[in-house]
Design a binder for this molecule. Structure first.
Ligand SMILES: Cc1ncc(COP(=O)(O)O)c(C=O)c1O
Length: 403
């Protein structure tokens, strides 16, 4: 057989889905699995979106324009305006989720082993997007003990090399729940100014900021308008991951022109789905504001539950709908498998996302897990109790086998 490309071997299996076979086996045995590993919202897709799907004014599903349907671009522009973010429709390209936007952007701003700075732990698919674009992600490692904040601008400056092309920032962060402070955002902006860099801002969780904290889009840095590329999506904020509609937006005409060529190469984004998101984008602010309150209640349940586990000092997630935490265990992959294969309470088991898959640096995150808040607070309470009992049982088992 001919060999596959070298690039193929660089794509990692998603750590979020890796435990799926064990979860499937547990379910086949009649166990109820509580999935804390995946950020797929459990709440209904807004009725106006479902109504738009039923009432689509179409007799033929033709290709949409590569840049997106005019009404979808208008709707994204209106949605941005509702958050005081200024992008005209022709500065927006509709993409197949934020995922497609990110693969295009990385390939446009870098390549050939160029470097892009990223805070780790990071959204795990950044690693695959970068591998596809032949981009080297240079991690700035954040620590749970610092609440996953980087603090000083020197952390960024220390990573700059002649090959650095961009900073990729996810704010609020998946997987840590970090909402970067005004000073941290200014530090990112300043390093971009000093070093002639682009800033790729993944703001798919923009409005999910807890405890009354301020929502700060990176577009606030008007002097950097030509360097900023925003990535957005309907997936999370409208409980609509399966719709596969996102966008990229920038004031940089050269980037838009090149990105349009990428868009043309894939022809178009599904016509029906683009029309389906128009009404909700036009009235999107209220919808995501309501969701944020619900995620905050869930965050509180997870935080309280984790704090009650011996040896766990949870980090208070500030936004998105995730938290990362360290467990008093050497290998969270093993405890995650134990939780699915061996340990259940009253027929319930828990599926976690082991932390190591969220790091660019090998060997980091082995004692961390990411938890997504995709159930109501009562179920999350129960899940945290199961997790606590499992950590105790797993440690006890280790003590027995090693003594
Ligand atoms: C930070 C982040 N960016 C991008 C994506 C991809 O979003 P989409 O469903 O729009 O492709 C996700 C999905 O989980 C994410 O968490």
């Amino acid at each position: 057989m001919p060999e596959l490309s070298a690039k193929s071997s660089m794509l990692q299996a998603s750590p979020i889905r890796k435990l799926a076979p064990h979860a499937g086996a547990a379910e086949a045995n009649g166990t109820n699995v509580i999935y804390l590993n995946i950020g797929q919202p459990d709440m209904p897709t807004p009725p106006e979106m479902m109504a738009a799907l039923h009432d689509l004014p179409l007799t033929r599903l033709a290709y949409a324009p590569s840049e997106g349907l005019p009404e979808a671009r208008e709707a994204w522009s209106d949605f941005f305006s509702s958050w005081d973010i200024d992008f005209a429709p022709d500065q927006i390209l509709v993409t197949s989720g934020a995922s497609e936007a990110l693969t295009f952007i990385l390939a446009i701003v870098a390549g050939g082993g160029d470097e892009v700075l990223v805070f780790e732990p990071c959204y795990t698919n950044y690693l695959s997007f970068a591998a596809q674009a032949d981009v080297r992600l240079v991690p700035i490692t954040l620590r749970v003990d610092d609440g996953y904040h980087f603090g000083s601008i020197d952390r960024l400056r220390a990573c700059i090399t002649p090959k650095t092309r961009a900073i990729l920032l996810c704010n609020p962060s998946n997987p840590t729940g970090t909402v970067y402070t005004a000073d941290e955002l200014e530090a990112v902006a300043q390093v971009a100014r000093e070093n002639d860099l682009f800033v790729i801002c993944d703001e798919v969780y923009r409005e999910f900021v807890f405890d009354g904290g301020q929502i700060r889009s990176f577009t606030r840095f008007k002097d950097l308008a030509q360097r900023i590329i925003i990535v957005d999506s309907v997936s999370k904020r409208f409980n609509a991951c399966g719709v596969r509609i996102g966008c990229m937006a920038t004031h940089n005409r050269e980037i838009l022109d090149v990105a349009l060529r990428y868009c043309q190469a894939r022809l178009s984004v599904p016509t029906a789905e683009q029309l389906m998101v128009v009404p909700i984008l036009e009235n999107g602010r209220a919808c995501s504001e309501n969701l944020c309150g619900e995620y905050e209640r869930r965050r509180d349940a997870v935080f309280k539950g984790l704090a009650a586990i011996d040896g766990v000092s949870p980090n208070l997630s500030e936004g998105s709908f995730y938290t990362m935490t360290r467990l008093p265990i050497d290998s969270c992959v093993e405890v995650a498998v134990f939780l699915l294969r061996v340990f259940s309470v009253d027929g319930d088991a828990v599926c976690l996302a082991p932390g190591e898959g969220f790091y660019v640096t090998d060997g980091l995150g082995v004692d961390e897990v990411r938890i997504a808040f995709m159930y109501d607070a009562d179920t999350l309470n129960r899940a945290m109790k199961i997790l606590g009992a499992a950590v105790g049982a797993y440690s006890g088992r280790l003590a027995t086998t090693t003594s």
